[in-house]
Design a protein around this ligand. Structure first.
Ligand code: GTP
Ligand code: MG
Length: 364
């Protein structure tokens, strides 16, 4: 699961990437925009449930869920406009990610020039989405043209046409392909095209200290409305504040966050929003050696979930012993959970729920 950090140049993507992944990739100085490198790193998904289980079991290792982030070079307007070479390269990179965090600049910073001399995250977000939509529309039209000229179309090709036509209408009307609510079957038919506007999208507005404190920045209401219309979450946070936060000793962080009216760090919120928006859930395995969160797509059955841990466990799957995290939170031990009849035996078809604590029984 790869999440791409996408946006115009100097919006704070690399700053955020470094914070998320604990990395030290080079951020862009003023005037250096559009020349940055692609970075790849892994971020921990904060989860108080894992912390609780870790406290309870005091295991040798505690492993949180992880997501991989790809920090992409900014889509510069000069190369972006009209979809010439540079933009194509940029868009090709986005085709390979599973989800997009679109970073928009709201922060004031004299040493980093704003696009057209005006800070406007709504305009910037609309510009980038326009590029993504134009690119998808190009792919759709080309394909429809080819299919239109094809004689003796196969059944598969026939099935593509009405879906592609719906995609075209949506894009022409300024909507995303994601808005069509395509079925899994229809998505499978389109998979090979890797449409950019079918990917889960999160908008991240990067605020400065004052904006965060006042909860106010340019085009805030417009951005919220735009996000709502696209059914896309808008996460507000400040790269700068997060950077300062990450340098404080843990015991001072609460006080510092309180000054900004925050109860949770922005990066935690961002990673969690991505997790939820991707329809990912966690199940847990517990023991004295290891407490661990495993990531699966919602709806994954017990047998396939077992395969996340090891293919041997999937192959030799017998039963899953399952209890909920809430039961553990209440009773604090597996024996108590059993005594209360809260440990269930589930078969391979069982659809694993978020927060399930699972022990797989398997042969071999
Ligand atoms: N004041 C302020 N400056 C920031 C913030 N985030 C980033 N910057 C500055 O903006 C400049 C660009 O930051 P980067 O993180 O490199 O931005 P980027 O989006 O990765 O840039 P490209 O890769 O060139 O597209 C740097 O000089 C940062 O110090 C912020 O929250 N507040
Ligand atoms: Mg960068």
């Amino acid at each position: 699961m790869d999440i791409g950090l996408v946006g115009l140049p100097a919006t704070g993507k690399t700053t955020i990437f470094n914070l998320l992944t604990g990395g030290s990739a080079v951020t862009s100085a003023a005037g250096w925009t559009g020349k940055s490198e692609r970075n790849v790193g892994v971020a921990k998904v904060a989860d108080p449930r894992v912390d609780f289980l870790s406290e309870l079991y005091k295991p040798e290792r505690t492993i949180h869920a992880r997501i991989q982030f790809i920090d992409l070079p900014g889509l510069s307007r000069e190369v972006g406009g009209g979809g010439r070479g540079g933009a194509n390269q940029f868009l090709a990179e986005i085709r390979n990610v599973d989800a997009i965090i679109l970073v928009a600049r709201a922060f004031a910073n004299e040493s980093v020039p704003a696009t057209d001399g005006k800070i406007d995250p709504l305009r910037d977000v609309q510009d980038v989405i326009f590029e993504l939509s134009v690119s998808d529309l190009g792919v759709v039209e080309k394909r429809l043209e080819v299919l239109g000229k094809t004689r003796n179309r196969s059944k598969e090709q026939e099935a593509e046409i009405p879906i592609l036509e719906r995609c075209r209408t949506a894009l022409e009307e300024g909507r995303l392909i994601a808005s069509l609510g395509l079925s899994e079957e229809e998505k499978a038919i389109l998979r090979g095209y890797a449409f950019l506007t079918l990917k889960p999208l999160i908008i991240a507005a990067n605020l400065d200290e004052e904006q965060l404190r006042k909860q106010s920045y340019p085009s805030r209401d417009g951005l919220a409305a735009f996000g709502a219309a696209l059914e896309t979450p808008v996460v507000e946070f400040s790269g700068r504040v997060e950077a300062e936060l990450s340098e404080l000793p843990p015991e001072d962080r609460r006080t510092f966050m309180g000054e900004y009216g925050l109860t949770e760090g922005g990066l935690d919120r961002l990673a969690r929003a991505a997790y939820h928006h991707l329809d990912l859930i966690s199940f847990f395995t517990v023991g004295e050696d290891e407490v661990r969160a495993w990531t699966i797509k919602r709806g994954t059955d017990a047998k396939r979930a077992a395969g996340k841990i090891h293919t041997d466990i999937e192959r030799g799957f017998i039963k899953a012993e399952v209890c909920s995290f809430d039961a553990m939170k209440e009773h604090n031990s597996m024996n108590e959970i059993k005594a209360h009849g809260l440990l269930r035996l589930e078969g391979k078809e069982y659809s694993v729920k978020d927060g399930d604590i699972v022990n797989f029984r398997h042969s071999g």
